[in-house]
Design a protein around this ligand. Structure first.
Ligand code: B16
Ligand code: MG
Length: 226
């Protein structure tokens, strides 16, 4: 029986991916690495420090900076990102999210946030949904980022639930891998190819519905029992 829903943030609740991209592109310019939107796809769901490593590898500069310099670069990117999200408001919730969350709350579902973003708590406040969430997994306390299942397993634990009692919702390939490895029902939003391993796929957040997800969970579990 499903009792909780665990959400990714960027790409599911709101579209901050564009701002992450703009901030990384800006930093890239300063260090002589040019990145585009295609490359940026690989950074979705990936932590700030791991994103920087990927960018440096991509630009053949992985051995150029000391650890201290790298943390300064990551900090610079975050300052730029924070500037870009200052005006984020409840109007920036992706289509249908407000209604979907109300539907879940009416059905007494517990809600957790499993975002790799250290800006998650601030973003939930700005989006006006901080009070609705029961818990937020702190990405600073994780030993492993997505695709490792740790973040979703912790989300379920913090809700006082087991993995099979939860549904995870993601827009990144690494995120779907993380949910599946946590032994949770996975719902993928967005690009069908990137979401190919999700248990259920919707192309747009406006298609998210509690009843259809529940039906899909039941269908999958019946198939397993057979
Ligand atoms: P921050 P999610 C992720 O959010 C983003 O997809 C990823 O691009 C970003 O690098 C990561 O958060 C860390 O964000 O720099 O704010 O700590 O998709 O896991 O909600
Ligand atoms: Mg995401």
């Amino acid at each position: 029986m499903i009792k909780g829903f665990i959400f990714d943030l960027d790409g599911v609740l709101t579209d901050t991916a564009e701002y992450h991209y703009l901030a990384w592109r800006e930093l890239g310019k300063k260090i002589g690495i040019s990145i585009d939107r295609v490359f940026n796809e690989q950074l979705k769901g990936i932590s700030r420090t791991d994103s920087l490593e990927r960018i440096l590898t991509y630009g053949n500069k992985s051995n150029v900076y000391s650890e201290q310099e790298k943390s300064k670069l990551a900090e610079e990117k975050n300052e730029e990102y924070k500037k870009l999200i200052t005006n984020l408001s409840p109007d920036d919730l992706l289509p249908g999210i407000k209604e979907f969350i109300s539907e879940l709350k009416q059905a007494n579902m517990k809600l957790a946030l499993a975002s790799a973003s250290k800006n998650g708590p601030t973003l939930l406040k700005q989006l006006g949904i901080a009070e609705i969430f029961d818990t937020i997994v702190d990405p600073e306390k994780l030993s492993n980022g997505k695709p490792n299942p740790e973040i979703f397993i912790k989300g379920a634990k913090q809700l006082g639930l087991s993995s099979i009692e939860c549904v995870g919702i993601e827009d990144a390939e690494a995120g779907i891998q993380s949910i599946n490895a946590a032994n949770m029902f996975s719902v993928g939003v967005g690009d069908q190819k990137a979401m190919q391993f999700a248990d259920m796929f919707v192309s747009d957040t406006s298609e998210l519905s509690y009843t259809s997800i529940l039906d899909a969970v039941k269908k999958k579990r019946k198939g397993v029992e057979r």
